[in-house]
Structure formats: structure tokens, C-alpha cells
Design a protein around this ligand. Structure first.
Ligand SMILES: O=c1ccn([C@@H]2O[C@H](COP(=O)(O)O)[C@@H](O)[C@H]2O)c(=O)[nH]1
Length: 271
């Protein structure tokens, strides 16, 4: 999906919500465990109940890799289901990859060609030649970690390098990479006070913002400085939506939670 198509979907749905599909078999309703593929059954129900309220889904691959080959098959079925039934939905593989160039190309092929995700998250630590192989894929986005939502973000990301904080160095330097128009960045909702500075460096880039809901981040605080001319935000909530109930009504309860965020977004966009 192109950036323009994503923006059009956001405007059509009045929503920049991304729902995280982080499926933990210990947290899903017990009746689903009798299904042949409980992870896919859970995802399908959540997607069918919420697709009209969000523009994106973000499975974190850790939650699938943890279940071995079966988990990977559930991930494959989930992305195929989304691409076949809801082609207007933007998809993010939260895999946080990145390696020497030829290995990065293989990661990119896995997520962009084999699984057909629209985007994948990558870590910037190995630098330009580890990220550019992802950027070479047309109409695909590479979402690079800039300032993450966890406490450990302060261990390195806010430390000074070349006279400025490392996350700023990552943002500024990556703007000069080949095909950098295919870059988006991860910025945690728990770091709302940093958005003003971030927007000075990347005024129009899309930012994937995890940390609303279970991690305590606040939508209004992020939007104050995070919104760009073309909206430029994808706000993710995973546990806060998908685990709203452990009973048979789990999908409709998830939809209620998603609708609360979507309505807040509608109000912000119409201000
Ligand atoms: O800085 C980051 C980068 C990625 N994540 C991921 O986003 C979701 C958040 O889940 P919640 O349940 O809404 O807290 C999860 O997959 C993380 O691994 C992040 O939280 N922060």
C-alpha cells in the first residue's frame, strides 16, 4: 500500500488506529483452545469485529514464533485472511529485524514478498547498509525504531552522540538514505513530551506509536505535537483492545474498546 492510499483510508475511516494482534494462548477465551488453530480463530474474530474502526493491524511476530511452526502458520493465515478479505487494511509485521545487507534482503523478502505485509519494523543499530535493503522494496514501508516506549529507551536512545541525542541522530541521518521516502519511525506514546522535537526533524513522516493502553500512554498527549499535515500517525494498542474480555463476547468487547479510541481520533481530526 502506498503512503497516499494509507492517508486516504485514515481520512475515510476517521481513524488512525492500529490494532496489535499479540496473541497469548494463556489470555484468549478457553473455548477457542478447542479450535484447530486457536490463534487464527482468535485473530479472525477480532479482525471481523474491528476492521471498520481501524486502518492497520500489527501482529508482533514474537507471539507467533513462540509457538514454533504452528505459530508461523497462524501468522501466515492471519496475513492471508487480511489481504484477501480486507485489502484496504494496512499491515505491519512487528519483527524488529536488521542485519548485514544480504541477510536484510532475505528478511525483507520474507515479510514483503512471502508473507506480503505492507511494512516491517527494523532496528537501526547496524546502520545504513542494514536498512537500505528493506527500503529498496517499492510500495512497502520500513518502520525504524527511533524512540521506543520502554524504560530502557533512556539507556541509549536519549544519550548524546555527535552533539545530539541518539534518537535524533537516527532520524536525521536516515533521511539521507536511498529510498528514505519508504521510512516510517517508531516513537512510544509514553514519550509524548518528545514529539515536538521529533516533528522538527521529520515533519511529515509517519510515526508508528505503541504504548497507548496497557503501557499508560495517552492519545491526546501524543496528538498535541505528533499530528502532521497528513496526519502522520498510526496509534497502536494491543492488549488494551484484544484482551478486553476472556469470555465468549471477547470480539464485541474488543470492538467497544477500539470504538472508544476511534471516536477520540474522530474528535481530534475534526477539531
Ligand atoms: O517501542 C516499542 C516498540 C514496539 N512495541 C510493541 O508494540 C506492542 C504494544 O503492545 P501493548 O499491549 O499495547 O502494550 C507490542 O507488540 C510491543 O512489542 C512497543 O510496545 N514499544
Amino acid at each position: 500500500m502506498t503512503t497516499q492510499e494509507l492517508i486516504a483510508q485514515i481520512k475515510k475511516k476517521n481513524s488512525f488506529l492500529c490494532i496489535g494482534l499479540d496473541v497469548d494462548l494463556n489470555k484468549i477465551p478457553s473455548h477457542l483452545l478447542k479450535e484447530e488453530d486457536p490463534i487464527f480463530a482468535f485473530n479472525k474474530a477480532i479482525i471481523d469485529a474491528t476492521h471498520h474502526l481501524c486502518v492497520a493491524y500489527k501482529p508482533n511476530t514474537a507471539f507467533y514464533e513462540a509457538y514454533g511452526i504452528k505459530g508461523w502458520q497462524s501468522l501466515e493465515k492471519t496475513i492471508q485472511y487480511l489481504n484477501s478479505n480486507y485489502p484496504e487494511i494496512y499491515t505491519i509485521a512487528d519483527a524488529k529485524r536488521g542485519d548485514i545487507g544480504n541477510t536484510s534482503t532475505m528478511y525483507a523478502k520474507a515479510f514483503f514478498e512471502d508473507l506480503a505485509f505492507d511494512s516491517v519494523t527494523v532496528a537501526p543499530y547496524m546502520g545504513k547498509d542494514s536498512v537500505e535493503p528493506f527500503l529498496a522494496f517499492k510500495n512497502k514501508h520500513t518502520i525504524m525504531l527511533a524512540l521506543t516506549s520502554n524504560e530502557g529507551a533512556f539507556d541509549f536512545q536519549t544519550k548524546e552522540v555527535n552533539g545530539r541525542e541518539l534518537y535524533k541522530e537516527v532520524l536525521e541521518t536516515s533521511k539521507g538514505w536511498k529510498n528514505s521516502e519508504n521510512l516510517m519511525y517508531v516513537v512510544g506514546a509514553t514519550k509524548a513530551e518528545y514529539f515536538k522535537e521529533i516533528r522538527k526533524i521529520v515533519p511529515n513522516s509517519f510515526l508508528l506509536v505503541p504504548g497507548v493502553g496497557a503501557q499508560g500512554g495517552n492519545l491526546q498527549d501524543v496528538c498535541k505535537y505528533g499530528l502532521s499535515e497528513n496526519i502522520g500517525l498510526l496509534i497502536n494498542s494491543s492488549r488494551g483492545i484484544i484482551y478486553a474480555s476472556k469470555n465468549e463476547d471477547f470480539a464485541s468487547k474488543a470492538a467497544t474498546k477500539a470504538a472508544e479510541l476511534q471516536q477520540e481520533m474522530t474528535a481530534i481530526l475534526n477539531q
